[in-house]
Write a protein that binds this ligand. Structure first.
Ligand SMILES: [Zn+2]
Length: 545
């Protein structure tokens, strides 16, 4: 339901709420002034918040009449006031845990990776050495080797995930400790092998996880993020967030996706869904929600596990693994989607290769429409499948930072697909143009938790140093307005919450970010350097620079 209306947005004249008496009209608990309200046709400069919702939008003068001594006032100093960001696809617990682990992200050479490992090993001389973020392109042949890690960490187990979380690089000590053997590429664990290995990793305590999430929430608040949509293993996380909620510590709205995996009889899947419904009942407010299941249809292009219609470049159809590694039997995914839909669940499917994307679309086409199905990533769809997103009402959940034309993209991703298929890479503008809906996110910790970096890549399709000139596949560049919409209203739509959040309107939740400059006048090349000045979630200020 919408909250109290104090202003009619069209006229910007204050109107009193239908209250029994004047004393009932409450004063603003928070006022954000001297800025530009994003999406306002009337050039509004300020808004006022009563409780957890937006109560007024207007000029500074309009809003000041609602302010008293107890009102928190944020001066935007001419910056842009936007709906807070909503990260549609994130691995927040994993990212939060990684904040105190070895960070290899952004390291482009073997030498740099070795330097960071050695430094971290010296700083933390005991126990497992755990880290993440290495790019495939840093290594000759696109994969690291056992030898390097054994040399750097000879005396204790080491476990290092690739930036995309789909491959693990381990040393001999870790293999001995777990009694796991690797195959043709010693020290490399892909996909399922990596999942099997994970149970040998040291377990985190509940208190450690709560602390990690607290640190993650502080980071998110500093980036203007008020909502996240956790993309995997959400079932186990409900108690963690419920605990933080009970203690009044949540500064982030969370939607948790539960896992949907292949290889089970369909009646077992149906029972699993019933268990999900019973066991995971989050509080019925706007802080924690569930109601969605997530499947992986394939892996990633970099390790040639994305599921493709035609063989990977340089391979023949008869070669083992030439078409990647689809994770479901033909027809099985569609059946699991149909059952989940019938039991009232929204479904999201990780699909990167054109075959996987088509399988997911086919699955959604064969199920009950109207539950806002989503496909995650959509890196290399077939041309003929682009328009199906709009036709089937499938939300395209994409993460622009994955298309940053780094060495990883240009030297591993593109050559693995070959130039013709690579030319269909990350087609967010084509999907939008054909009438499809976009929801953006980061996929943190795969890429940095940084919505403005994401907006920069969505708009420029360049690295942060402006390469290549004009952008990679520049016809897929988005306008800033569309990119911001995908990060706010589009993301809210993707979780059935567009009436509550994702826009600055009277009655909506006061989830707001203040940016340090006028977004519409910022040159596209400078978007990534925009800073968040303040973040409010539910009317509560959770970050100020
Ligand atoms: Zn992901």
């Amino acid at each position: 339901m919408l909250g109290r209306r104090l202003f009619r947005a069209s006229s910007l004249r204050p109107i009193l709420a239908p209250a029994q008496n004047a004393a009932v009209v409450r004063r603003a608990s928070l006022a954000i002034v001297n800025g530009m309200i994003w999406g306002s046709q009337q050039r509004a400069t300020a808004l006022a918040v009563v409780g957890e919702r937006i109560a007024a939008i207007g000029t500074d003068n309009d809003v000041r009449s609602l302010v008293d001594g107890a009102t928190r006032i944020v001066n935007s100093r001419g910056g842009t006031i936007v709906p807070a960001f909503n990260d549609s696809h994130i691995h927040f617990l994993m990212g939060s845990r990684s904040l105190d682990e070895l960070d290899l992200s952004g390291a482009e050479t073997v030498a740099e990776i070795e330097r960071r490992i050695a430094e971290h090993a010296a700083r933390r001389p005991r126990g497992w050495l755990i880290g993440r973020g290495w790019p495939y392109a840093a290594f000759p042949g696109g994969m690291p080797t056992l030898d390097i890690l054994d040399r750097l960490v000879p005396d204790r187990p080491a476990y290092l995930e690739s930036f995309d979380t789909h491959t693990a690089w381990v040393n001999t000590s870790a293999l001995t400790a777990s009694r796991v053997e690797t195959g043709t590429q010693p020290g490399i664990l892909k996909e399922g092998a990596m999942d099997d290995f994970e149970r040998h990793l040291p377990k985190r305590t509940r208190d450690e996880d709560l602390d990690a999430i607290r640190a993650g929430m502080r980071l998110a608040a500093s980036k203007g993020i008020a909502s996240i949509q956790e993309a995997s293993r959400g079932f186990d996380q409900v108690p963690l967030y419920a605990t933080l909620h009970e203690r009044g510590e949540l500064t982030l709205r969370v939607r948790l996706a539960f896992d949907m995996g292949p290889g089970h009889p369909m009646d077992a899947w149906s029972r699993r869904l019933e268990l999900y419904s019973e066991a995971a009942r989050p509080p019925s407010d706007n802080w924690i929600s569930t109601g969605i299941v997530k499947a992986f249809a394939d892996g990633v292009v970099e390790s040639k596990t994305a599921s493709m219609i035609e063989p990977y470049a340089g391979m023949a159809a008869a070669d083992a693994g030439a078409l990647g590694a689809p994770l479901w039997e033909r027809g099985e995914l569609a059946e699991a989607i149909r059952i989940a839909g019938n039991q009232g669940w929204q479904v999201e499917v990780h699909a990167i290769g054109d075959r996987a994307i088509r399988d997911a679309l086919d699955g959604f086409a064969a199920s009950e429409p109207g539950r806002r199905p989503r496909i995650e990533h959509i890196e290399a769809p077939a041309e003929s499948d682009i328009a199906r997103f709009a036709r089937l009402g499938v939300i395209a959940s994409m993460q622009p930072q994955h298309a940053e034309p780094t060495r990883n993209l240009l030297e591993v991703w593109v050559p693995n697909l070959g130039h013709e298929r690579a030319a269909r890479g990350f087609p967010w503008a084509s999907i939008l143009k054909s009438g499809g809906r976009l929801a953006f996110g980061t996929d943190w910790p795969v890429v940095p938790l940084d919505p403005l970096a994401s907006l920069y890549v969505a708009v420029n399709r360049q690295t942060f140093s402006g390469q290549p000139p004009g952008g990679w596949l520049p016809h897929q560049r988005l306008s800033l307005e569309h990119a911001v919409a995908a990060w706010t209203s589009g993301a809210a739509y993707a979780e059935h919450r567009e009436l509550q959040k994702g826009a600055l309107k009277i009655g909506m939740l006061a989830d707001i970010a203040v940016l340090d400059r006028d977004l519409l006048r910022t040159p596209a090349s400078e978007i990534a350097s925009i800073k968040v000045e303040a973040t409010a979630v539910g009317g509560r200020l959770v970050y100020e620079s």
